[in-house]
Design a binder for this molecule. Structure first.
Ligand code: ADP
Ligand code: MG
Length: 235
C-alpha cells in the first residue's frame, strides 16, 4: 500500500536556541581539537582516533543545527529551482557513484522560480537526496524532478528513489528530532529540512513502499516571475 504523510514544523524558539548553542559550541571545539593534536603522541593512537571521531560527530550535529538559524527576510531572493537542483546533483555526484546510484534529472520547461534563501533550500535537497542514496545499498536510480504545479501555483521538486522504503509506522516518525535508523545518523536532517520548507511557506508529502522505494515531494510557492504580467500569482 502507498503511504502518505504531510507535516510541517515551524521554525520555533527552540530551533533558534538550538542554532545558537550549536554556534557557541564550535569555537571551544576548535580549541580542543588543536590541543589534542598537539599531544597526540602522548597517548595511544586508538584514543586519539576515538577523540577525533567523537569531535567529528559533535561538529556534524552542530553543523546541522546551525541550519535552523532564521534567515533575515532580506535574504529571500528569487531562486531558480532547476539551477538549485543542478547544484545539488553536482555536489552529490561522487557520493551517488560510490553508492552505484544513477542520478536522473527531469526538468519542466519554462522558468521555475521560487522565493527563498538559496543556501537553506540547497541544504533541504542535499538532505533529501542523501537519504535516498543512503537507502540504496545495492544501487539503482534516483530521479530529481522539478515541475510546475499550475493548480496550486507552486513549484514541485520530487525526489524518487528505489531504496529500502519506509514502513507506515516509521513514516510518522520522519522529521522528529533525533529519529534515525542509521548507525551514524543524527536524525536531524529531515527535522531541519521540514522547518526550512515551512519557513518558505512550502509543504511536503512522502510516499513510500517497503522494498520498493520512496517519493519525497516538496512544494514551494511559485515566484510571480514565472508568469507573464497580469496573471494571478504570489510573491
Ligand atoms: P539521518 O539521515 O541522520 O538518519 P534524517 O532526518 O535525514 O536523519 O532521516 C531520518 C530517518 O528517516 C532515516 O534514518 C531513515 O530511517 C528515514 N528515511 C529518510 N529518508 C529515507 C528514504 N529516502 N528511504 C528510506 N528511509 C528514509
Ligand atoms: Mg539524513
Amino acid at each position: 500500500a502507498r503511504e502518505l504523510i504531510q507535516r510541517s514544523e515551524k521554525l520555533s524558539v527552540a530551533g533558534e536556541l538550538a542554532a545558537g548553542i550549536a554556534h557557541e559550541i564550535r569555537n571551544p571545539l576548535t580549541a580542543i581539537k588543536g590541543f589534542i593534536q598537539l599531544i597526540r603522541h602522548q597517548m595511544p593512537i586508538s584514543y586519539y582516533e576515538t577523540i577525533l571521531s567523537e569531535i567529528g560527530r559533535i561538529e556534524l550535529i552542530a553543523g546541522e543545527l546551525l541550519m535552523l538559524s532564521k534567515p533575515q527576510a532580506v535574504e529571500f531572493q528569487r531562486v531558480d529551482a532547476k539551477e538549485l537542483i543542478d547544484k545539488v546533483v553536482i555536489l552529490l555526484e561522487a557520493q551517488a557513484a560510490a553508492h552505484n546510484v544513477e542520478l536522473v534529472k527531469q526538468f519542466g520547461s519554462g522558468p521555475l522560480f521560487v522565493n527563498g534563501e538559496a543556501n537553506q533550500l540547497k541544504q533541504v535537497f542535499i538532505n533529501i537526496l542523501k537519504n535516498s542514496l543512503e537507502a540504496m545499498p545495492s544501487g539503482g536510480a534516483v530521479t530529481m524532478e522539478v515541475r510546475e504545479e499550475a493548480d496550486t501555483d507552486e513549484v514541485a521538486v520530487v525526489v524518487r528513489d528505489e531504496g529500502v522504503g519506509i514502513s507506515e509506522e516509521k513514516l510518522r516518525l520522519l522529521g522528529q528530532p533525533f529519529y534515525t535508523t542509521k548507525e551514524k545518523g543524527t536524525g536531524l536532517g529531515l527535522m531541519i529540512s521540514l522547518a526550512i520548507i515551512e519557513n518558505h511557506g512550502g509543504r511536503t508529502q512522502v510516499y513510500s513502499q517497503l522494498g520498493k522505494g520512496t517519493q519525497f515531494y516538496v512544494f514551494l510557492p511559485a515566484s510571480r516571475q514565472n508568469r507573464p504580467a497580469g496573471q494571478k500569482a504570489r510573491e
